[in-house]
Design a protein around this ligand. Structure first.
Ligand code: MN
Length: 743
């Protein structure tokens, strides 16, 4: 391959040069370039030169020369994931086939098959999000890539992290889409691969995009309480530090604030205020000891900590004896610190800490290629899910996601073998985890020697015994009693088989009818499947067998010409146009709003749309339009609980929507109020604020008091988001009200 070196180097300005060189120097420092062997050094340098010239005509949205991006990604790969020279080379080349003239063959020729294959994998993943196909299918592809070479996905995560760190220059609608996809795929994968720091950063940046107000609020509160927190941490640490020094152990001890996203998550799920969260930080103690002393050293530290502060026994978690399935090792305990506050203490060694931060790659570093990895089991289960063709892509994702973020329970077979299952797994999940045949024929299940219902939720330490019976078989209701992907897809497969058997008579019926009408079976059966919007022939047979479809009735819509079915267009009003983006107002479908909304750059009145009732958007909210199955548009807020799912799985069905001129138009918003109940005064003060002070209308107000506290639901009519914010601010200032949130 020839590269026009002379001309490309002139494309860059003096300043570009300096910038690129400085990033390249940073990369060299990160990978300890001068300590590498000659071969690796040459390979990385050639990759840099190639990227430098090939990307010469591209710039990032920020204006910087494009090549700085792959170099930065390579730095992340080394510093934050701990990858080696082959992966670093591939990271430098990760966008080259997708975005420049350089071909995959050339990369193979220049860098050999090891680098070539990784770059191919990255190119394949890159192309995914441009195509208009369900994201669910794409997700499957990400996972099969993961099985081919984990490094591809690790580099992809680094790529995503750098793009998010520099996302500020992007337009808002793109940011929102990237955030949804990151939350859906990359953050869970980073978690599962043990990259805790990266996962946290990804989630925090996404939060900043989707919920800027909440993000800023928590950030501010963390800043305001910083001095006080640090003071407390110092007081907490002092006596422990003194005792640790006496042992002669090499150690580090410090306090670490929890991430903004995890704090917000807690506020939302536990319905508490920022001030009520006690574990805003955790204390971490890292000891540096040889491998064989690790376990005893950690327990020695534990013993010191619990000598100083009283522990809460239920909170003790020993992930050293039994590491988590993403490789995480650590000893956690919660103790009662000064002023009676609960404080979490994490005890681990330097090695464990590296694994906790860098995950997969660090795990391999210590384990070596020979040892069997905790990841192997997980990979096996993905492989099994991917090979099982009985679930469609969406079911597959739902199944798979249960294996990503969950905590685990450890249970035992009667022989004492340990089985790790996601938290929430049931006795029936256990049966399927042993073997699918055991699952299919599970007749009754004993936990700790007592018969339990199939849906019994397992607890760590349970001993489980499955009693099978040849006559037993899965039924539809079993699906509600399992949570693991394996069990779900096996049950579904069995149900499908069952349906197929039941469908035989339906197929017979159809064959007879077609013979009578002299219709070729193969040629016409799919016409009916499509006409009835079914997903398979089996569904049609089943519905016919169950007499849920009347064949004669259906055939009335068709003419028979030359032995094949021809659909007869119904006369009357023109049928719906096919292109969903051009749906116009139907005769009776009055638009619900005036032209305040623009969808895909055009006035919303061109479309038939409604405001989604799950999140009740008002003008000013960040919104998008979602095309439903009936080709109508629903307007959702980006913070809608369903948004992540919709955008990630069906991103191709979402359109950009924006509010333009806000006309005189009113919206109902539901607010939740919490506070201290000091008699009838509160209700009066609330209504007074809304009606008299702000002059707004209250639709309804419900207040319930209990033991000195009250919770209430208020429906109020507002014109836009600004007004809503005023309402919320004013309400939170009302005496007795402690918390106002939008439902
Ligand atoms: Mn990239």
């Amino acid at each position: 391959m020839t590269l026009p070196v002379e001309t490309t180097s002139r494309v860059y300005s003096e300043e570009d040069h300096r910038l690129i060189e400085s990033v390249w120097r940073r990369l060299k420092r990160a990978i300890r370039y001068h300590e590498l062997n000659e071969e690796d050094r040459q390979m990385i340098k050639r990759a840099y030169k190639l990227a430098y010239h090939a990307h010469a005509h591209q710039r990032r949205k920020s204006g910087e020369p494009y090549v700085t991006h792959p170099l930065e990604v390579a730095i992340i790969c080394k510093r934050e994931i701990g990858l080696g020279p082959t992966a670093i080379t591939a990271a430098i080349l990760h966008d080259i086939v997708e975005d420049t003239e350089v071909t995959s063959e050339e990369v193979h020729q220049l860098f050999g098959p090891r680098v070539g294959k990784i770059v191919d994998g990255l190119t394949k993943l890159d192309g995914l999000y441009n195509v208009e196909s369900p994201q669910a299918e794409n997700y499957k592809k990400v996972l099969s890539t993961l099985l081919d070479d984990v490094r591809v996905v690790l580099i992809k995560i680094a790529d995503r992290l750098h793009n998010l760190r520099t996302i500020d220059v992007m337009p808002q609608h793109k940011k929102l889409k990237i955030a949804a996809e990151t939350n859906f795929i990359y953050a869970p994968l980073a978690h599962r691969l043990g990259l805790y720091n990266i996962r946290t950063e990804l989630q925090d940046i996404c939060l900043k995009i989707t919920e800027p107000d909440n993000y800023e609020l928590i950030k501010r509160k963390l800043r305001e309480t910083k001095a006080e927190r640090e003071n407390y941490i110092r007081r907490f640490i002092r006596p422990i530090k003194k005792r640790l020094k006496e042992t002669g152990l090499k150690f580090e001890i410090f306090g670490r604030a929890k991430s903004i996203s995890s704090i917000l998550n807690k506020i939302k799920t536990k319905k508490v205020s920022f001030e009520e969260i006690y574990d805003l930080f955790a204390i971490r103690i890292i000891v540096d000891v040889p491998r064989e002393r690790e376990k005893s050293a950690c327990w020695e530290v534990y013993s010191i900590v619990t000598d100083v502060y009283r522990p809460i026994p239920e909170r003790l978690k020993d992930w050293i004896t039994t590491p988590k399935s993403n490789g995480y090792e650590s000893l956690h305990t919660t103790v009662i610190g000064p002023e009676g506050k609960y404080v979490e203490v994490q005890i681990r060694t330097t090695r464990m800490n590296e694994i906790a931060e860098k995950g997969f790659a660090a795990h391999w570093k210590y384990k070596g290629v020979s040892g069997d990895s905790v990841f192997d089991k997980w990979f096996d289960s993905i492989r099994e899910l991917l090979e099982n063709t009985n679930s469609n892509a969406l079911e597959f994702i739902t199944d798979f996601k249960t294996s990503l973020f969950r905590e685990e329970v450890y249970v035992y077979t009667p022989r004492g073998d340990m089985i790790v299952l996601p938290k929430g797994a049931t006795a029936l999940d256990f049966a399927f985890a042993i073997h699918s045949e055991v699952g299919y024929h599970a007749h009754s299940i004993k936990v700790n020697n007592r018969i339990v219902p199939m849906g019994y939720r397992l607890k760590s330490g349970d001993q489980v015994e499955v009693i099978t019976s040849r006559n037993q078989k899965p039924s539809e209701s079993w699906l509600n009693m399992v949570i693991t992907g394996k069990a779900r897809s096996k049950i579904r497969a069995a149900m499908k088989e069952e349906r197929k058997k039941l469908g035989e008579s339906g197929k017979e019926k159809l064959l007879r009818k077609f013979r009578k009408l002299k219709l070729d079976f193969e040629e016409n059966v799919d016409v009916l499947v499509k006409h009835l919007k079914l997903s398979s022939r089996a569904d049609l047979y089943y519905l016919l067998a169950q007499e849920k479809v009347d064949l004669n009735e259906v055939l009335k819509d068709f003419d028979i010409e030359h032995g094949s079915l021809k659909y007869r267009e119904p006369s009357g009003p023109a049928s719906e146009k096919k292109d969903a983006r051009r749906v116009t107002l139907s005769s009776n479908g009055e638009a619900l709003m005036p032209q305040t909304l623009y969808i895909d750059g055009e006035p919303a009145s061109k479309y038939k749309y409604t405001l989604a009732s799950c999140c009740n958007p008002v003008p000013g909210d960040n919104v998008f339009a979602y095309v439903t199955k009936n080709k109508e548009f629903k307007i959702h807020r980006y913070t809608c609980p369903n948004a992540t799912n919709m955008l990630a799985k069906f991103g191709y069905r979402a359109l950009k929507a924006e509010w333009h001129v806000v006309l005189d138009r009113e919206f109902v918003v539901d607010l939740q109020l919490n506070g201290i109940d000091d008699g009838p005064g509160v209700i009066q003060r609330i209504t007074n604020t809304i009606s008299n002070e702000l002059g707004l209308n209250i639709r309804s107000l419900n207040i319930e008091g209990r033991e000195g506290y009250f919770t209430g639901k208020l429906s109020v009519v507002v014109k836009n988001k600004d007004q809503l914010e005023v309402v919320m601010r004013k309400l939170s200032q009302v005496k007795g009200v402690t918390n106002v949130t939008r439902i």
